[in-house]
Design a protein around this ligand. Structure first.
Ligand code: UT7
Length: 333
């Protein structure tokens, strides 16, 4: 009998400082009205210097473990674009600080799709009996790689972390994840990138400028790719699950842009009011966006036990991925 990965706990962590559009706009020759109407973002949380991705990951992970009722996991995966260091991975330090030292711990790098890739990886660990309980965290201090003068990115992104605990269970029980659809298109690698800091633009060569260490996104080129890829991937998992769009109670997509979320619902044929969105409050938090949105929707009673949920994400790479689950009864830490 194949073992499924079943959602057993959820939690999140936002840095305390919230920055409004009005605070950001003047330096960028932008306005609250432009940011709200073009992106849906009203404010975002920003980590102070000295707060690293692992700090937010530990906060979210501790809450997810508490909500699961057992402070145990035998693997920790951290999906992030902004690891504490290029080397080593962030997950071992997170596991150690959560008192889970000794377990398998590694990072998953798929930018804004990272959390869905990490869910699939965790489900694979459980199916292969390499783990019985996996803590999956999406965590970012994305503002640490933003160019503060780039108005096409500086107004969108924010910091935060969300986490879930997955346990081994039965494929037909509430909370069981899957099927999955994952994909990539490396021809679009330059559309979302941090040019320097890796082996392509080496430390030993011509020194990189500060701007080359910052995140760049060709927003216009990416916009419709995000809508179409998430829609296609979402349809694929719905077909594999034997669900129709009408069966979906809640669509929880990567929170890239409020207009992307609306177009995605339209493309999938899912009423817009079934979309979950917290982008107004937290902006685009990359790998943290789906678990943050799930935790808030769960806390607010927007996601209820028995709801059929479609998760879908798109990000740098380019990458995309989707899965489905029926929302289980969960405690909130
Ligand atoms: O998370 C990974 C996936 N990410 C995404 O999928 C993001 C996809 N892209 C987007 O969300 C949008 O393309 C952006 C929010 C990045 C940009 O919005 P847009 O509606 O596509 O704007 P645009 O780039 O077409 O620019 C329209 C106008 C331009 O002015 P002109 O040339 O028409 O005079 C820009 O210079 O808006 C201007 N503009 C701004 N104005 C005020 C661009 N950014 C700003 C800004 N404030 N922050």
């Amino acid at each position: 009998m194949s073992r499924a990965a079943v959602l057993a706990g959820i939690g999140s962590c936002l840095p305390p400082r919230a920055v409004s559009n009005a605070e950001l706009a003047p330096a960028l020759d932008s306005s609250d009205a432009w940011i709200r109407s073009r992106t849906g973002v009203r404010r975002r949380h920003v980590a102070d210097p000295g707060t690293a991705t692992s700090d937010l990951a530990v906060g979210a992970g501790a809450r997810a473990l508490k909500s699961s009722g057992e402070p145990q996991a035998d693997a920790v995966l951290v999906a992030t674009t902004t690891p504490d260091h290029p080397c080593p991975a962030t997950a071992p330090a997170v596991a150690s600080r959560l008192g889970l030292g000794g377990v398998a711990a590694y990072d998953v790098s798929a930018v804004c799709t990272g959390f869905v890739y990490a869910l699939a990886t965790a489900a694979g660990l459980i199916a292969a009996r390499a783990a019985d309980r996996v803590l999956v965290i999406g965590a970012e201090t994305f503002t640490s790689i933003l160019d503060p003068t780039d108005r096409s990115t500086a107004v969108i992104f924010g910091d935060g972390a969300g986490a879930v605990v997955l346990r081994a269970g039965e494929p037909d029980e509430p909370g069981a994840l899957g099927p999955f659809d994952l994909g990539s298109d490396g021809e679009g690698q330059d559309l979302i990138t941090v040019p320097a800091g890796g082996s392509r633009q080496r430390l030993s060569g011509v020194p990189a400028t500060a701007a080359e260490h910052c995140f760049r996104m060709a927003g216009k080129e990416v916009f419709w790719r995000a809508v179409r890829r998430m829609a296609r991937s979402g349809r694929t998992v719905l077909d594999r699950a034997g669900w129709s769009p009408a069966d979906v109670d809640r669509l929880v997509s990567h929170q890239a842009n409020a207009r992307i979320i609306q177009h995605l619902a339209d493309d999938l044929g899912i009423p817009r009011d079934r979309s979950v969105s917290d982008i107004a409050e937290v902006g685009n938090t990359a790998a943290a966006s789906i678990p943050l949105a799930l935790d808030r929707a769960h806390a607010d009673g927007v996601l209820r036990a028995g709801d059929r949920v479609l998760l879908t994400a798109f990000g740098g790479g380019l990458t995309w991925g989707s899965t489905v689950l029926t929302w289980p009864r969960l405690e909130r830490a």
